[in-house]
Write a protein that binds this ligand. Structure first.
Ligand code: PMP
Length: 435
């Protein structure tokens, strides 16, 4: 039971928190507790959670196995900061090294507290290693909320005032549904990737520190590039002296099925990966892993008070063990296929759905007012979101035009829940009248 009523909580939220904090729904949802794939609100309503606190609850809320290990660590040692060495941190770093792309090529890690910090660290490392300041980012990207991370973000909604920073140029993304060049894959020759060469040669001194990209753009609405895209971009960026930074904040740790990291779906070995969210199932964590020569170029000395916290590191180790022991990367692949099939079936029934896209358990629906003109339907998307609440399912929203629904259940989701979710989502679409 809560001490405050729902109204008191909502009033206090408005009165004492920054008004800039964004909430879903006309009336924000007040959540009181959660277990596995279920979330309860303050009125006792039970929701099937297919968003996981923005792709963070990767193995279910308050996961028993993870919690047991976290609680044991809590009894033993909670905090000493990075000026001392602890076993959970080095064990996690060793474990991460063993599973990084390229057979463990990114063998050096540094821990922080969020995806934002992980990206800040990666950019600093790339700039120090290459001696160049220029970073290629992608339009429609999201990389965090600090000044630099917001400046690396290719979406006006999240580029708040004061983000102007020199040394960042934006490439067109591989948004095939709305091709920036008006072309069609594959006859386009992946023009968006080829264009990175001209971008570098016309808007930078011709040498770059690197490219920062999400394998699937998360906040951007799960924009999923064609399979050749990252290979082409990586070749061009390396030709111009830069490193490849894969932002795996949403796509890491088995989310896309089969592989540990999203970039592995594209057969590219990056030089740096950044991550956060799903690695620790809700404990705040940030991770930057790099090839040893890049890590060696990072300015010394550096510290992080909470980065590499023993409790958080234990949570992350437990998550990785849980994923491995329960073969959840394989589960994400098979359940992802089932979810995808169900979403395609909804698309054939509901004209609002313009495209279904994603990989594994990272699937999205882009909603349009008219399939021919592809006019974005942000108003209807908000209406469907409200209807999902009424159906007691949780999904995410995203996209530059606010017209994408994001569906990301925990990696240990089963058939019954997927089928139940699809039935409820179907009813949510039925509830939204078309103009
Ligand atoms: N990168 C990506 C791809 C993200 O989706 C996010 C968060 N939505 C971030 C970075 C920033 O992470 P955080 O909110 O933990 O700072």
């Amino acid at each position: 039971m809560t001490k405050m009523t729902k109204q008191e909580i909502l009033v206090a939220d408005r009165e004492f928190l920054f008004p800039a904090l964004f909430h879903y729904f006309r009336e924000p949802l007040v959540v009181t507790h959660a277990k596995d794939q279920w979330v309860w609100d303050i009125e006792g309503n039970q929701y099937l959670d297919f968003f996981g606190g923005i792709l963070t609850v990767s193995v279910g809320h308050c996961n028993d196995y993870v919690n047991r290990r976290v609680q044991a660590q809590n009894e033993k040692l909670q905090h000493v900061s990075s000026v001392y060495v602890t076993e959970p941190v080095v064990e996690l770093a060793k474990r991460v090294a063993s599973i990084t792309p390229g057979g463990g090529a990114l063998s050096k890690s540094i821990f922080t507290n969020s995806g934002t910090e992980a990206n800040e660290t990666a950019i600093m490392a790339a700039r120090c290693y290459t001696g160049s300041t220029e970073i290629v980012a992608l339009r429609h990207s999201y990389h965090g909320r600090s000044n630099l991370a917001a400046a690396l973000t290719g979406n006006h909604a999240w580029r708040t005032a004061g983000t102007a920073q020199a040394g960042i140029v934006f490439a067109h993304n591989a948004y095939c549904y709305r091709c920036p060049f008006g072309l069609e894959y594959p006859s386009c020759g992946v023009r968006c990737a080829q264009d990175v060469k001209e971008l570098i040669q016309t808007t930078t001194p011709g040498r770059v520190a690197g490219v920062l990209a999400e394998p699937i753009q998360g906040v951007g609405g799960f924009i999923t590039p064609p399979k050749e895209y990252f290979g082409i971009v990586a070749g061009i960026v390396r030709e111009h002296g830069g490193v490849i930074i894969s932002d795996e904040v949403q796509t890491g740790w088995g989310r896309t099925g089969g592989k540990w990291f999203g970039i592995e779906q594209y057969d590219v070995v990056p030089d740096i990966i950044t991550s956060a969210k799903g690695l620790a199932n809700g404990s705040p964590i940030g991770l930057t892993s790099a090839k040893p020569e890049i890590a060696a170029a990072f300015p010394s000395p550096t510290i992080s008070t909470f980065g590499g916290n023993p409790v958080t590191s234990t949570a992350a180790l437990a998550v990785l063990d849980f994923i491995e022991e329960n073969q959840l990367r394989a589960n994400a692949e098979t359940m992802g296929a089932r979810l995808r099939e169900g979403l395609e079936a909804l698309a054939s029934k509901h004209p609002l759905i313009g495209e279904v896209r994603g990989i594994g358990l990272m699937q999205a629906l882009e909603l349009v007012g008219d399939r021919r003109t592809k006019a974005p339907a942000p108003r209807e998307t908000s209406a469907v979101l409200e209807a999902t609440r009424a159906e007691r399912i949780l999904v995410g929203k995203g996209g530059l035009y606010g017209n994408v629904l994001r569906v990301t259940p925990p990696l240990n989701i089963g058939k019954t829940d997927i089928d139940e979710f699809l039935a409820r989502l179907d009813r949510a679409f039925d509830a939204v009248p078309l103009d």
